[in-house]
Design a protein around this ligand. Structure first.
Ligand code: PMP
Length: 290
């Protein structure tokens, strides 16, 4: 595997960054998880736009323009001869001193890893998965805004540990007010009486790109997708539930906190959206090979 670091490609064992990089020392940096399907990078512009928004909000000047980032991502896929890939784009604050001060970091570093990912076993997609709500709440907007896709994922990691300890692969994180925010690496949707409902960004959800695609796909079939505050009561009374994320894609949820959701099987609306999503990934995206 060839890994891109600041304009050069390195073999996996030689791809290293400084121990003084503030990405490592303080989680001071950003990332994006992107997928390529059949030689096309799916929603690349949206991922790069989100990276720019995250960068602006933490006052990090990206060392590459959107065009240059696009070219670097495509080049990394080509170097690894990939047509289907999971691409991890990381931007760190760069090498600094042992103090927090980001102004001491001279130049942010850009790292691109293009490989494969299998987040969940195939059975989850066929039969649905079980998830639980966990005690760790989502970060407050006033503390570390969940809209920033930063390298500081301890909030999510702690929730993931709690889910794992409870025998589940994914956790539902509530916000400090008790409303559903999202999962540790996925957004959440429910279906109720034919309508699609998902927590608003103000509830502590990431502006998920798959979430946005799903809302657009729902609209195509005349189904309304509504951003609404949800409580566990709403989840327990849902007809269907599913999660969305670049790596996870769409995954049906059939049990929450030990309670069966709907009829305990992936629902009709969920399966329809999964098929629509799969079809879209095959025909759209930035071509890797001309
Ligand atoms: N929420 C969190 C916390 C995430 O990290 C992610 C992405 N891994 C998502 C939701 C899903 O976002 P997207 O659809 O853009 O991948």
């Amino acid at each position: 595997m060839k890994i891109y670091i600041d304009g050069k490609f390195y073999n996996e064992r030689d791809a290293k960054i400084s121990v003084f990089d503030h990405g490592l020392l303080y989680g001071d940096g950003l990332f994006e998880g992107i997928r390529a399907y059949q030689g096309r990078i799916f929603k690349l512009k949206e991922h790069i736009d989100r990276l720019h928004c995250s960068a602006r909000s933490i006052l990090l000047r990206l060392p590459l323009t959107s065009r240059e980032l696009t070219a670097a991502i495509i080049a990394t896929c080509r170097q690894n001869r990939l047509r289907d890939a999971y691409i991890r784009l990381v931007v760190t604050r760069g090498i600094g001193t042992l103090g927090l001060n980001p102004n001491r970091c001279k130049r942010p570093s850009v790292i691109i890893i293009a490989g494969k990912i299998t987040l969940y076993p195939a059975a989850f997609y066929e039969r649905g998965m079980e998830i639980i709500t966990v005690p760790t709440t989502r970060n407050l907007h006033s503390a570390l805004n969940p809209a920033i896709k930063s390298l500081n994922y301890l909030n999510n990691v702690l929730a993931k540990i709690e889910a794992n300890n409870g025998g589940c692969e994914e956790a539902i994180m509530l916000n400090a007010e008790g409303f559903v925010a999202e999962c540790t690496g996925d957004n959440l949707f429910i279906v109720k009486d034919g309508r699609l409902l998902t927590p608003p960004l103000s509830a502590g959800a990431l502006y998920g790109i798959t979430r946005q695609v799903v809302m657009e796909l729902a609209a195509e079939t005349g189904r309304k997708a509504i951003e609404s505050n949800l409580t566990r009561y709403d989840l327990f009374n849902a007809d269907e539930c599913f999660l969305t994320g670049t790596a996870a894609e769409l995954v049906p949820v059939v049990k929450i906190d030990g309670r069966v959701i709907g009829n305990g099987k992936p629902g009709r609306v969920t399966r329809g959206l999964m098929a629509q999503y799969r079809a879209l990934t095959k025909v759209s995206g930035e071509p890797i090979y001309d």
